[in-house]
Design a protein around this ligand. Structure first.
Ligand code: HEM
Length: 412
Protein backbone atom coordinates (compact mmCIF):
# COMPACT_ATOMS: atom_id res chain seq x y z
CA UNK A 1 0.00 0.00 0.00
CA UNK A 2 1.19 3.51 -0.73
CA UNK A 3 2.70 5.43 2.14
CA UNK A 4 3.59 9.04 2.84
CA UNK A 5 7.26 9.81 2.11
CA UNK A 6 10.04 11.70 3.79
CA UNK A 7 10.08 15.50 3.66
CA UNK A 8 13.06 15.91 1.34
CA UNK A 9 11.40 14.71 -1.83
CA UNK A 10 10.52 16.82 -4.83
CA UNK A 11 11.37 20.33 -3.48
CA UNK A 12 13.07 21.35 -6.74
CA UNK A 13 9.96 20.66 -8.84
CA UNK A 14 7.69 22.29 -6.27
CA UNK A 15 9.77 25.47 -6.30
CA UNK A 16 9.81 25.38 -10.09
CA UNK A 17 6.00 25.14 -10.14
CA UNK A 18 5.76 28.21 -7.88
CA UNK A 19 8.10 30.02 -10.30
CA UNK A 20 5.74 29.21 -13.20
CA UNK A 21 2.80 30.40 -11.09
CA UNK A 22 4.44 33.80 -10.52
CA UNK A 23 5.50 34.17 -14.16
CA UNK A 24 2.11 33.26 -15.67
CA UNK A 25 -0.06 35.15 -13.17
CA UNK A 26 2.09 38.25 -13.78
CA UNK A 27 1.14 37.87 -17.44
CA UNK A 28 -2.51 37.53 -16.31
CA UNK A 29 -2.17 40.88 -14.54
CA UNK A 30 -0.78 42.41 -17.73
CA UNK A 31 -3.91 41.12 -19.51
CA UNK A 32 -6.17 42.58 -16.81
CA UNK A 33 -4.43 45.97 -17.15
CA UNK A 34 -4.82 45.70 -20.93
CA UNK A 35 -8.62 45.75 -20.44
CA UNK A 36 -8.32 49.07 -18.60
CA UNK A 37 -5.64 50.74 -20.72
CA UNK A 38 -4.80 48.86 -23.94
CA UNK A 39 -1.17 49.32 -24.90
CA UNK A 40 0.90 48.40 -27.92
CA UNK A 41 3.44 45.58 -28.23
CA UNK A 42 1.06 42.98 -26.78
CA UNK A 43 -0.85 40.52 -28.93
CA UNK A 44 -3.69 39.80 -26.50
CA UNK A 45 -4.56 36.33 -27.85
CA UNK A 46 -0.93 35.18 -27.70
CA UNK A 47 -0.49 36.40 -24.13
CA UNK A 48 -3.82 34.78 -23.15
CA UNK A 49 -2.72 31.36 -24.42
CA UNK A 50 0.71 31.74 -22.80
CA UNK A 51 -1.04 32.63 -19.51
CA UNK A 52 -3.53 29.74 -19.46
CA UNK A 53 -1.24 27.01 -20.86
CA UNK A 54 1.66 27.84 -18.54
CA UNK A 55 -0.63 27.81 -15.53
CA UNK A 56 -2.16 24.48 -16.58
CA UNK A 57 1.17 22.81 -17.43
CA UNK A 58 3.77 24.49 -15.23
CA UNK A 59 1.71 25.26 -12.14
CA UNK A 60 -1.29 22.87 -11.93
CA UNK A 61 0.07 19.72 -13.58
CA UNK A 62 3.70 20.02 -12.38
CA UNK A 63 2.69 20.79 -8.77
CA UNK A 64 0.02 18.06 -8.62
CA UNK A 65 2.21 15.36 -10.18
CA UNK A 66 5.21 16.25 -7.95
CA UNK A 67 3.07 16.07 -4.79
CA UNK A 68 1.23 12.92 -5.92
CA UNK A 69 4.54 11.17 -6.78
CA UNK A 70 5.86 12.16 -3.37
CA UNK A 71 2.76 10.79 -1.66
CA UNK A 72 3.02 7.50 -3.53
CA UNK A 73 6.77 7.13 -3.13
CA UNK A 74 7.40 7.43 -6.89
CA UNK A 75 10.60 9.41 -6.61
CA UNK A 76 13.01 7.46 -8.78
CA UNK A 77 14.80 8.66 -11.90
CA UNK A 78 11.88 7.88 -14.21
CA UNK A 79 9.50 10.05 -12.15
CA UNK A 80 11.98 12.90 -12.05
CA UNK A 81 12.43 12.61 -15.84
CA UNK A 82 8.64 12.94 -16.28
CA UNK A 83 8.52 16.00 -14.05
CA UNK A 84 11.54 17.49 -15.85
CA UNK A 85 9.76 16.93 -19.19
CA UNK A 86 6.57 18.61 -17.88
CA UNK A 87 8.62 21.61 -16.70
CA UNK A 88 10.49 21.83 -20.03
CA UNK A 89 7.22 21.65 -22.02
CA UNK A 90 5.67 24.35 -19.79
CA UNK A 91 8.66 26.68 -20.39
CA UNK A 92 8.58 26.02 -24.15
CA UNK A 93 4.81 26.60 -24.40
CA UNK A 94 5.15 29.90 -22.54
CA UNK A 95 7.72 31.21 -25.03
CA UNK A 96 6.06 29.71 -28.09
CA UNK A 97 2.49 30.91 -27.34
CA UNK A 98 3.71 34.36 -26.34
CA UNK A 99 5.74 34.81 -29.53
CA UNK A 100 3.65 32.98 -32.11
CA UNK A 101 0.20 32.25 -30.58
CA UNK A 102 -1.71 29.13 -31.64
CA UNK A 103 0.87 28.34 -34.31
CA UNK A 104 1.96 24.86 -35.48
CA UNK A 105 5.06 24.94 -33.16
CA UNK A 106 2.89 25.82 -30.12
CA UNK A 107 0.40 23.06 -30.98
CA UNK A 108 3.25 20.55 -31.48
CA UNK A 109 4.92 21.48 -28.17
CA UNK A 110 1.70 21.41 -26.15
CA UNK A 111 0.64 18.10 -27.76
CA UNK A 112 3.77 16.52 -26.29
CA UNK A 113 2.03 16.91 -22.94
CA UNK A 114 -0.47 14.20 -23.82
CA UNK A 115 2.32 11.59 -23.94
CA UNK A 116 4.16 12.85 -20.85
CA UNK A 117 0.98 13.11 -18.77
CA UNK A 118 -0.03 9.63 -19.91
CA UNK A 119 3.25 8.40 -18.46
CA UNK A 120 2.67 10.36 -15.22
CA UNK A 121 -0.93 9.10 -14.99
CA UNK A 122 0.21 5.49 -15.48
CA UNK A 123 2.79 5.95 -12.69
CA UNK A 124 0.12 7.18 -10.26
CA UNK A 125 -2.30 4.42 -11.28
CA UNK A 126 0.34 1.69 -10.86
CA UNK A 127 1.69 3.01 -7.58
CA UNK A 128 -1.75 3.44 -6.02
CA UNK A 129 -3.03 -0.02 -6.95
CA UNK A 130 -4.51 -1.83 -3.94
CA UNK A 131 -4.75 1.30 -1.78
CA UNK A 132 -8.13 2.12 -0.23
CA UNK A 133 -6.91 5.36 1.37
CA UNK A 134 -9.33 8.19 0.68
CA UNK A 135 -6.68 10.63 -0.52
CA UNK A 136 -5.37 8.05 -2.99
CA UNK A 137 -8.93 7.39 -4.22
CA UNK A 138 -9.22 11.11 -5.03
CA UNK A 139 -5.88 11.00 -6.89
CA UNK A 140 -7.09 8.00 -8.93
CA UNK A 141 -10.37 9.78 -9.71
CA UNK A 142 -8.30 12.76 -10.89
CA UNK A 143 -6.45 10.44 -13.27
CA UNK A 144 -9.77 9.18 -14.69
CA UNK A 145 -10.67 12.80 -15.46
CA UNK A 146 -7.25 13.39 -17.03
CA UNK A 147 -7.92 10.47 -19.37
CA UNK A 148 -11.39 11.88 -20.19
CA UNK A 149 -9.77 15.27 -20.93
CA UNK A 150 -7.29 13.61 -23.30
CA UNK A 151 -10.19 11.85 -25.07
CA UNK A 152 -11.84 15.28 -25.48
CA UNK A 153 -8.63 16.60 -27.08
CA UNK A 154 -8.40 13.61 -29.44
CA UNK A 155 -12.11 13.92 -30.34
CA UNK A 156 -11.52 17.53 -31.32
CA UNK A 157 -8.68 16.49 -33.64
CA UNK A 158 -10.98 13.85 -35.22
CA UNK A 159 -13.82 16.39 -35.64
CA UNK A 160 -11.47 18.88 -37.30
CA UNK A 161 -10.31 16.14 -39.69
CA UNK A 162 -13.95 15.26 -40.45
CA UNK A 163 -14.80 18.97 -40.91
CA UNK A 164 -17.62 18.65 -38.35
CA UNK A 165 -19.80 21.70 -37.53
CA UNK A 166 -18.26 24.32 -35.18
CA UNK A 167 -20.77 23.49 -32.42
CA UNK A 168 -19.42 19.93 -32.05
CA UNK A 169 -15.82 21.12 -32.18
CA UNK A 170 -16.61 23.63 -29.38
CA UNK A 171 -18.22 20.82 -27.37
CA UNK A 172 -15.00 18.79 -27.68
CA UNK A 173 -12.90 21.81 -26.57
CA UNK A 174 -15.08 22.30 -23.53
CA UNK A 175 -15.07 18.59 -22.71
CA UNK A 176 -11.27 18.84 -22.68
CA UNK A 177 -11.07 22.05 -20.59
CA UNK A 178 -13.80 20.99 -18.19
CA UNK A 179 -12.46 17.49 -17.50
CA UNK A 180 -8.99 18.93 -17.12
CA UNK A 181 -10.25 21.37 -14.49
CA UNK A 182 -11.87 18.43 -12.66
CA UNK A 183 -8.56 16.54 -12.79
CA UNK A 184 -7.19 19.53 -10.84
CA UNK A 185 -10.10 19.68 -8.37
CA UNK A 186 -10.17 15.97 -7.49
CA UNK A 187 -6.37 15.70 -7.22
CA UNK A 188 -6.15 18.82 -5.04
CA UNK A 189 -8.78 17.43 -2.63
CA UNK A 190 -6.68 14.23 -2.41
CA UNK A 191 -3.51 16.22 -1.67
CA UNK A 192 -5.31 18.31 0.95
CA UNK A 193 -6.58 15.20 2.73
CA UNK A 194 -3.02 13.87 2.99
CA UNK A 195 -1.68 17.20 4.24
CA UNK A 196 -4.56 17.67 6.70
CA UNK A 197 -3.78 14.27 8.19
CA UNK A 198 -0.08 15.15 8.42
CA UNK A 199 -0.99 18.34 10.31
CA UNK A 200 -3.33 16.52 12.66
CA UNK A 201 -6.51 18.35 11.50
CA UNK A 202 -9.85 16.70 12.13
CA UNK A 203 -11.22 15.68 8.72
CA UNK A 204 -14.66 14.13 8.36
CA UNK A 205 -13.64 11.50 5.79
CA UNK A 206 -17.20 10.15 5.59
CA UNK A 207 -18.37 13.45 4.06
CA UNK A 208 -15.42 13.52 1.68
CA UNK A 209 -16.03 9.93 0.58
CA UNK A 210 -19.60 10.91 -0.35
CA UNK A 211 -18.28 13.98 -2.15
CA UNK A 212 -16.10 11.65 -4.23
CA UNK A 213 -18.85 9.08 -4.89
CA UNK A 214 -21.31 11.73 -6.07
CA UNK A 215 -19.08 14.11 -7.99
CA UNK A 216 -17.16 11.58 -10.10
CA UNK A 217 -20.21 10.30 -12.05
CA UNK A 218 -21.80 13.77 -12.32
CA UNK A 219 -18.99 16.25 -12.99
CA UNK A 220 -18.14 15.25 -16.58
CA UNK A 221 -21.75 15.79 -17.69
CA UNK A 222 -21.80 19.58 -17.28
CA UNK A 223 -19.32 20.57 -20.01
CA UNK A 224 -21.95 21.55 -22.67
CA UNK A 225 -22.97 24.54 -20.50
CA UNK A 226 -19.75 26.32 -21.56
CA UNK A 227 -20.74 26.31 -25.24
CA UNK A 228 -23.16 28.74 -26.93
CA UNK A 229 -26.41 26.76 -27.37
CA UNK A 230 -25.07 23.90 -25.23
CA UNK A 231 -27.84 24.33 -22.64
CA UNK A 232 -30.50 23.36 -25.22
CA UNK A 233 -31.85 19.90 -26.07
CA UNK A 234 -31.35 16.63 -24.22
CA UNK A 235 -27.60 17.18 -23.74
CA UNK A 236 -28.28 20.61 -22.23
CA UNK A 237 -30.98 19.25 -19.90
CA UNK A 238 -28.67 16.51 -18.62
CA UNK A 239 -25.87 19.07 -18.16
CA UNK A 240 -28.17 21.45 -16.26
CA UNK A 241 -29.53 18.75 -13.94
CA UNK A 242 -25.97 17.54 -13.23
CA UNK A 243 -24.77 21.11 -12.52
CA UNK A 244 -27.58 21.59 -9.99
CA UNK A 245 -27.04 18.15 -8.40
CA UNK A 246 -23.31 18.85 -7.98
CA UNK A 247 -24.18 21.37 -5.26
CA UNK A 248 -24.71 18.40 -2.91
CA UNK A 249 -21.20 16.85 -3.11
CA UNK A 250 -19.61 20.31 -3.16
CA UNK A 251 -21.58 21.15 0.01
CA UNK A 252 -20.34 17.96 1.68
CA UNK A 253 -16.74 18.67 0.70
CA UNK A 254 -16.98 22.32 1.76
CA UNK A 255 -18.43 21.30 5.16
CA UNK A 256 -15.56 18.86 5.73
CA UNK A 257 -12.95 21.47 4.77
CA UNK A 258 -14.56 24.17 6.92
CA UNK A 259 -14.64 21.87 9.96
CA UNK A 260 -11.04 20.80 9.32
CA UNK A 261 -10.09 24.50 9.32
CA UNK A 262 -11.95 25.02 12.58
CA UNK A 263 -9.99 22.15 14.17
CA UNK A 264 -6.60 23.69 13.25
CA UNK A 265 -4.51 25.48 15.87
CA UNK A 266 -4.35 29.26 15.46
CA UNK A 267 -2.43 30.19 12.32
CA UNK A 268 -2.74 30.35 8.56
CA UNK A 269 -3.68 26.73 8.00
CA UNK A 270 -7.14 26.93 9.62
CA UNK A 271 -8.06 30.13 7.74
CA UNK A 272 -6.80 28.63 4.46
CA UNK A 273 -9.01 25.54 4.85
CA UNK A 274 -12.03 27.75 5.52
CA UNK A 275 -11.29 29.83 2.42
CA UNK A 276 -11.02 26.59 0.45
CA UNK A 277 -14.50 25.67 1.67
CA UNK A 278 -15.80 29.09 0.54
CA UNK A 279 -14.31 28.85 -2.98
CA UNK A 280 -15.52 25.25 -3.43
CA UNK A 281 -19.06 26.18 -2.38
CA UNK A 282 -19.07 29.36 -4.53
CA UNK A 283 -17.91 27.42 -7.60
CA UNK A 284 -20.78 24.96 -7.12
CA UNK A 285 -23.33 27.77 -6.66
CA UNK A 286 -22.13 29.56 -9.83
CA UNK A 287 -22.20 26.30 -11.79
CA UNK A 288 -25.73 25.51 -10.50
CA UNK A 289 -26.82 29.04 -11.49
CA UNK A 290 -25.57 28.10 -14.97
CA UNK A 291 -27.73 24.98 -14.80
CA UNK A 292 -30.73 27.10 -13.79
CA UNK A 293 -30.49 29.10 -16.99
CA UNK A 294 -27.72 31.65 -16.45
CA UNK A 295 -25.11 29.72 -18.48
CA UNK A 296 -26.12 31.69 -21.60
CA UNK A 297 -25.15 34.94 -19.85
CA UNK A 298 -21.67 33.59 -19.05
CA UNK A 299 -21.27 32.39 -22.64
CA UNK A 300 -22.13 35.90 -23.91
CA UNK A 301 -20.34 37.91 -21.21
CA UNK A 302 -16.70 36.92 -21.24
CA UNK A 303 -16.21 38.64 -17.86
CA UNK A 304 -18.77 36.37 -16.14
CA UNK A 305 -17.19 33.24 -17.66
CA UNK A 306 -13.75 34.43 -16.50
CA UNK A 307 -15.19 35.12 -13.04
CA UNK A 308 -16.43 31.51 -12.77
CA UNK A 309 -13.17 30.10 -14.17
CA UNK A 310 -11.00 32.02 -11.70
CA UNK A 311 -13.14 31.17 -8.66
CA UNK A 312 -12.45 27.55 -9.60
CA UNK A 313 -8.81 27.75 -10.76
CA UNK A 314 -7.43 30.62 -8.68
CA UNK A 315 -9.74 30.20 -5.69
CA UNK A 316 -10.02 26.48 -5.01
CA UNK A 317 -7.30 24.86 -7.14
CA UNK A 318 -4.49 27.37 -6.63
CA UNK A 319 -5.12 27.90 -2.92
CA UNK A 320 -5.37 24.13 -2.32
CA UNK A 321 -2.22 23.42 -4.32
CA UNK A 322 -0.31 26.23 -2.59
CA UNK A 323 -1.38 25.01 0.88
CA UNK A 324 -0.16 21.50 -0.01
CA UNK A 325 3.08 22.79 -1.56
CA UNK A 326 3.98 25.09 1.33
CA UNK A 327 3.09 22.39 3.80
CA UNK A 328 5.84 20.28 2.22
CA UNK A 329 8.39 23.03 1.49
CA UNK A 330 7.86 24.99 4.70
CA UNK A 331 7.14 28.73 4.83
CA UNK A 332 4.28 30.74 6.36
CA UNK A 333 0.79 30.69 4.84
CA UNK A 334 -0.95 33.53 6.62
CA UNK A 335 0.06 36.78 4.90
CA UNK A 336 0.00 35.27 1.40
CA UNK A 337 -3.35 33.68 2.12
CA UNK A 338 -5.02 36.93 3.15
CA UNK A 339 -3.65 38.75 0.11
CA UNK A 340 -4.63 35.91 -2.24
CA UNK A 341 -8.18 35.50 -0.94
CA UNK A 342 -8.78 39.22 -0.41
CA UNK A 343 -7.40 40.00 -3.88
CA UNK A 344 -9.50 37.31 -5.55
CA UNK A 345 -12.64 38.58 -3.76
CA UNK A 346 -11.92 42.07 -5.12
CA UNK A 347 -11.18 40.69 -8.61
CA UNK A 348 -14.43 38.66 -8.56
CA UNK A 349 -16.50 41.71 -7.54
CA UNK A 350 -14.87 43.77 -10.30
CA UNK A 351 -15.58 41.08 -12.93
CA UNK A 352 -19.19 40.77 -11.71
CA UNK A 353 -19.62 44.55 -12.17
CA UNK A 354 -17.98 44.36 -15.62
CA UNK A 355 -20.42 41.57 -16.56
CA UNK A 356 -23.57 43.43 -15.43
CA UNK A 357 -24.49 44.63 -18.96
CA UNK A 358 -25.11 40.96 -19.89
CA UNK A 359 -28.18 41.05 -17.59
CA UNK A 360 -29.68 43.74 -19.82
CA UNK A 361 -29.49 46.38 -17.10
CA UNK A 362 -29.44 50.07 -18.03
CA UNK A 363 -26.07 51.14 -16.65
CA UNK A 364 -23.80 54.14 -16.98
CA UNK A 365 -20.78 53.00 -19.07
CA UNK A 366 -18.65 53.98 -16.09
CA UNK A 367 -19.87 50.95 -14.06
CA UNK A 368 -18.34 48.14 -16.18
CA UNK A 369 -15.20 50.22 -16.69
CA UNK A 370 -14.88 50.74 -12.94
CA UNK A 371 -15.41 46.97 -12.58
CA UNK A 372 -12.44 46.30 -14.85
CA UNK A 373 -10.24 48.73 -12.87
CA UNK A 374 -11.26 47.00 -9.62
CA UNK A 375 -10.58 43.57 -11.19
CA UNK A 376 -7.07 44.70 -12.22
CA UNK A 377 -6.41 46.00 -8.71
CA UNK A 378 -7.65 42.67 -7.25
CA UNK A 379 -5.34 40.78 -9.61
CA UNK A 380 -2.36 42.84 -8.37
CA UNK A 381 -3.25 41.98 -4.75
CA UNK A 382 -3.47 38.25 -5.67
CA UNK A 383 0.03 38.46 -7.13
CA UNK A 384 1.31 40.16 -3.98
CA UNK A 385 -0.04 37.07 -2.16
CA UNK A 386 1.89 34.77 -4.50
CA UNK A 387 5.07 36.78 -3.89
CA UNK A 388 4.58 36.64 -0.10
CA UNK A 389 4.16 32.84 -0.27
CA UNK A 390 7.21 32.32 -2.46
CA UNK A 391 9.46 34.61 -0.40
CA UNK A 392 8.42 32.60 2.69
CA UNK A 393 9.13 29.28 0.95
CA UNK A 394 12.53 30.49 -0.31
CA UNK A 395 13.52 31.84 3.13
CA UNK A 396 12.45 28.60 4.71
CA UNK A 397 14.58 26.65 2.23
CA UNK A 398 17.55 28.95 2.86
CA UNK A 399 17.27 28.24 6.58
CA UNK A 400 17.16 24.55 5.78
CA UNK A 401 13.70 24.25 7.26
CA UNK A 402 12.09 21.83 4.81
CA UNK A 403 9.73 19.73 6.83
CA UNK A 404 7.01 17.26 5.93
CA UNK A 405 4.33 18.36 8.33
CA UNK A 406 3.18 20.74 10.96
CA UNK A 407 3.65 17.94 13.45
CA UNK A 408 7.36 18.43 12.89
CA UNK A 409 7.72 22.20 12.84
CA UNK A 410 4.91 24.30 14.22
CA UNK A 411 2.10 26.30 12.61
CA UNK A 412 2.14 27.28 8.95
C1 HEM B 1 -3.55 36.96 -10.44
C2 HEM B 1 -3.97 35.89 -11.06
C3 HEM B 1 -4.63 35.88 -12.41
C4 HEM B 1 -4.99 36.94 -13.21
C5 HEM B 1 -4.85 38.43 -12.96
C6 HEM B 1 -5.60 36.38 -14.40
C7 HEM B 1 -6.08 37.11 -15.47
C8 HEM B 1 -6.67 36.59 -16.59
C9 HEM B 1 -7.18 37.34 -17.70
C10 HEM B 1 -7.15 38.87 -17.80
C11 HEM B 1 -7.70 36.48 -18.60
C12 HEM B 1 -8.34 36.84 -19.95
C13 HEM B 1 -9.72 37.34 -19.75
C14 HEM B 1 -10.51 37.53 -21.01
O1 HEM B 1 -10.08 37.10 -22.09
O2 HEM B 1 -11.59 38.14 -20.89
C15 HEM B 1 -7.52 35.14 -18.08
C16 HEM B 1 -7.94 33.98 -18.71
C17 HEM B 1 -7.69 32.72 -18.24
N1 HEM B 1 -7.00 32.39 -17.10
FE1 HEM B 1 -6.29 33.68 -15.71
N2 HEM B 1 -5.58 35.01 -14.31
C18 HEM B 1 -5.00 34.66 -13.11
C19 HEM B 1 -4.78 33.37 -12.62
C20 HEM B 1 -5.09 32.20 -13.30
C21 HEM B 1 -4.82 30.86 -12.82
C22 HEM B 1 -4.15 30.53 -11.49
C23 HEM B 1 -5.26 29.99 -13.79
C24 HEM B 1 -5.19 28.49 -13.85
C25 HEM B 1 -4.68 27.69 -12.93
C26 HEM B 1 -5.81 30.79 -14.87
C27 HEM B 1 -6.36 30.27 -16.01
C28 HEM B 1 -6.96 31.02 -17.00
C29 HEM B 1 -7.65 30.43 -18.14
C30 HEM B 1 -7.85 28.94 -18.42
C31 HEM B 1 -8.12 31.50 -18.91
C32 HEM B 1 -8.95 31.43 -20.19
C33 HEM B 1 -8.06 31.21 -21.38
C34 HEM B 1 -8.83 31.17 -22.68
O3 HEM B 1 -9.99 31.55 -22.75
O4 HEM B 1 -8.20 30.78 -23.67
N3 HEM B 1 -5.68 32.11 -14.54
N4 HEM B 1 -6.88 35.24 -16.85
Amino acid sequence: MATSRDPESMPFFLRTSIGFYLLATALGLVLRIFFVAPFGHLVFANALHAHSHTLYFGWGALGIFALAFRRLGAEGRASKAVLGAIAAIAAATFVSFLLSGYSPPSIAISSLSLGVWGWAAATIWRRSRGSTDLDVSFLRAGIVYLVLASLGALTRVALIALQAPTFYKSLAVFAFLHDFAWFFVLSVVGLLIERARAHGLHLDERLLRWQLRLSVPLAWLTFPLGVAGGANGLLGTIASVAAIALVVPAGLGATALWRAGASAPRGGLGAAFRWLAIWLALEAVLSAAGGLGLAGLAVHSRHLAILYLHVLLLGFVTLGLMVSTLSVLGGPLSAGSWLHNGGLSIMALGLAAAGLPAFGLELAPLVPRLGLIVAAFGGAVVIAGGIAWSVGAWRSAAKGEERASLALHGPL
